[in-house]
Structure formats: C-alpha cells, structure tokens
Design a protein around this ligand. Structure first.
Ligand code: ADP
Length: 435
C-alpha cells in the first residue's frame, strides 16, 4: 500500500510540475506555447522512463555479472528492491551450495553405497562406495540402466521382481552385499548396498566352530555312552575288564575337560580388548616353571634344555605362560622318545625371542600356514592320542596378537620343528637384568 501511494504521489508531482511549467509559459506566450511546453515536458518524462526501462532490460540480460544501474525518482525504489531481491537470491544460492557440499561430504563418508535411480532404473547419482560395490563409474555410466551396468542375474531378477520389502543377499565381485531398494518420489528409487563380507566370514567361522566343537565333544561322549551301556547290560563283567572300561571313560572325560577349558580360554581371549598388557613379566621364573612342566610331561623320554639370555618383558605373565607352555608341550607330544627339545629365551636385533626347537615328527610345508586355525590338526589321531584339542596354537596366536608378537614356524618333515615367538624391542622391561 505504501509503495502504491509513493508511486502515484511521485507520478502526480511530476505531471503537476510539467503542467505548472506549461501554465506559466501559457501566461506569457498563449495557449499554443502552453500546449507545446506541456507536450515537450511529457515527452521528456516519457523518454526518461524509456531510458531507465532500457537500463533495466540491459541489467536483466545478465543480472549476475552487471552492476545494478543507479536510478532517479521512482526508479530508485525499483532498483533498490531489485538489489534486495538479488542479494536474497545470492544468499539462498550460497546456502544451497553449502548444503549440497555438506550432503556430498556426508554421502562420501557413508560406509554404505547409495545409488539414486531415475525412472526406467537409470543411474542418476551414486556415492564412491556404491561405485566400488557395484562397479559403476558415475561419469561413464550416468543415465545407463543399472541392470545393464551390474551384470548379475540375481540382481536383475530382484530389480525386475520388485519385491523390495526383503533385502537381496548378493555375491558380486568377491563381495557379499546386502542390497535394499527404497522407492521415493514418482518413479525414483534409492538403492543401498551394504558390504557384509566380513560379517559373513565371522558368521561362517562361528558356525564352523560350533560344528567342530560339537563333533569333538560327540566322539568322547559316544565312547562313554558305549561303556555305560555295556556296564548296564553286562553286569557280570570281570573286574579287570570293568577297570579297563573305567580307565577309558576317565580318559574321554579328561579329553572333554581339556576341550572345554581350551574353548573357554579362547573365548575369554577373544572377549578381551587388544590393548597391550603392561605387567612386568619375570622371564626367568616363568621359564623355570615351563621347563619343570615339560620335564614332568616328558617323564625322562626326551632330553630337554633351557637357555635364558634375554631380559624381562612387559606383558601378561599368565597369558604368556599359557602360550609358551602350549608350544613346549606340543614339542614334547610330537617328538619321539629319545628326541631332544631346546627352550631358548634370547635377544635378537629386532627384539627378544622365545624359541622351542624339537627333533620331532616335523610338519609338511602345506600344513604350516593353517596350524593356528581352530581345530586344525595335521594328524587327528596323533593329536588325540596325546590329549590334544586342536585349539592350542589358536590360543597361542590370540595371546601373541595381544602382545604385538609374531609366531614363526619352521619345520622339516621327519626332522623336527622350530616355533619362534618374536617380540618387538619395545616389549623389553626397562631396568630388567638377565638372571
Ligand atoms: P593339538 O592340540 O592338536 O596339538 P595345536 O593347535 O596345539 O593342537 O596344534 C595344531 C597341530 O599342529 C597339531 O595337531 C600338530 O599336527 C601340529 N603341531 C603343533 N606343534 C607341533 C610340533 N612341535 N611338531 C609337529 N607338529 C606340531
């Protein structure tokens, strides 16, 4: 309303100004002179408006690059309003571009792939993770049908089938992907891909572990049940046979107990975080205990030696004792009577090393890389005969991982093996003395 009044007041003032000029001229020069003056005045007013209209048109052709013209009279208001409008648009554009940048950054840092498909399932936009998952190239494949780019019959069937309430589990380019499609807007869809390769692997490991553990427990249980049935159905068995059966059942019981204990140790180790244990580990004491255990287990069937020349380290004494004792008991169990076993704690250039060297049965090269897998055994019978569970080296691997140490296995079939644990030099307990 205000601008409406302003406009008309200003226009009327200008016209009145011309009319009063014409009236003054008419007083002295007569009606004709007054009419000519009025016409002339109105023409000037008209051309001034035309001039500013022209300036406005020139500015409108390139409003961003050219400066807004200065005006007079009514045009000052027009141009100042246009200026405000332009500032507002520029501000909105800036905010929009900022928002777009933030949106792109968020999409780029998403761990999942996001694809926007237009009508006809054409690729309109995707983030870099989707490019990796589905093998797109946004620049090259833009506006292509996604089913032509992702060459997988399962993916094709899923998209065409349009049953999007259930996700698709897709094996594609060595990955296990979970694909979801969410329709939005008319004919537009968002496709989300989630890489489930690692969780699938863990799930498979869990299934394998349960299957292996059940299998390992079933065998001794079957044996025990067998003897119990005999005891039930043959009450007149002689004392010697009965004692033999009891002894065999006790062995199976021990086997199950070892297995359950190893499984519990493994699960406890897995649930611990990977922060480095930082206790002072007195290596001399620890190795003396391990040596005594080895002597007891060997029962003079082997020659066992211990050599300690490296300092103490930082770590968890209980865990290290369990790892070293596993390696030493393996050496005893897999070395024939009369063989020798060397236990060494020494300092190398890279750091302290624990070494168990035996002259035992040795391991063929194809098995070496898999020995630390749970339940992996070169010879199942041999392992069972000596109360093995197949979990010892898996436990060792976990403990060493927590101590940033590496296990190196060298072996020659029929000649013997060396299991070497290499600690980083940072593991050395400062101020420790070799005793
Ligand atoms: P197990 O309880 O069966 O000994 P481990 O995990 O300790 O399980 O060892 C896995 C396998 O590695 C063993 O079954 C055995 O075949 C092999 N192994 C481990 N240590 C030795 C060794 N010192 N000499 C020969 N074979 C070994």
């Amino acid at each position: 309303m205000k601008s409406f009044i302003e406009f008309w007041v200003s226009a009327i003032i200008k016209i009145l100004f011309v009319l009063s000029g014409a009236a003054i001229v008419g007083l002295f020069g007569g009606v004709t002179a007054a009419l000519i003056t009025m016409l002339f005045g109105l023409l000037i007013l008209f051309f001034i408006q035309l001039f500013y209209l022209y300036k406005l048109q020139c500015w409108l052709e390139a409003p961003v690059r050219t400066r807004l013209p200065d005006g007079v009279g009514l045009w000052v208001g027009v141009f100042s309003r246009l200026y405000k409008l332009r500032r507002g648009i520029e501000k909105n554009r800036f905010e929009l571009s900022e928002w777009l940048t933030r949106f792109r950054q968020a999409m780029h840092s998403l761990p999942d792939g996001v694809v926007i498909m237009g009508s006809g399932l054409v690729l309109e936009w995707c983030n870099p993770v989707a490019e990796q998952h589905l093998g797109f190239n946004l620049k090259k494949d833009n506006n292509m049908r996604v089913t032509n780019v992702v060459r997988s019959p399962d993916f094709f069937d899923y998209i065409i089938g349009q049953k999007y309430d259930v996700p698709l589990h897709l094996s594609f380019r060595d990955r296990k992907l979970i694909v979801r499609i969410i329709p939005f807007e008319n004919n537009r869809q968002i496709l989300v891909t989630h890489d489930a390769t690692e969780s699938d692997r863990i799930e498979k490991m869990r299934r394998d572990f349960i299957a292996n553990a059940s299998h390992e427990l079933r065998t001794p249980l079957t044996v025990m049940n067998g003897f119990l049935e005999i005891a039930e159905h043959q009450p007149d068995l002689d004392q010697a046979t009965r004692m033999e059966h009891v002894q065999l059942m006790a062995e199976q019981g021990m086997r199950m107990q070892n297995l359950v204990e190893d499984m519990l140790t493994l699960s406890r180790l897995e649930s611990l975080d990977v922060t480095l244990p930082t206790d002072h580990v007195h290596m001399r004491d620890l190795l003396d205990k391990i040596y005594a255990e080895a002597m007891a287990l060997s029962a003079t069937r082997h020659t066992i030696s211990l050599e300690v020349s490296a300092p103490d380290i930082i770590g968890n004494a209980e865990e290290l004792r369990s790892a070293f004792s596993n390696l030493v008991s393996n050496a005893v169990r897999y070395t024939q009577v009369g063989g020798s076993i060397k236990i060494v704690w020494q300092m190398a250039k890279e750091g302290p090393q624990f070494l168990v060297q035996d002259t035992g049965i040795g391991i063929a090269p194809e098995h070496i890389g898999r020995l630390t897998e749970r339940f992996y055994r070169v010879d199942k019978n041999k392992s069972r005969e000596t109360q093995g569970t197949g979990l010892g080296l898996a436990i060792v691997k976990h403990i060493l991982l927590r101590h940033r140490a590496n296990l190196v296995i060298e072996s020659v079939l029929g000649r013997g093996s060396t299991f070497m644990v290499k600690f980083p030099s940072s593991a050395v307990y400062q101020d420790s003395v070799v005793s």
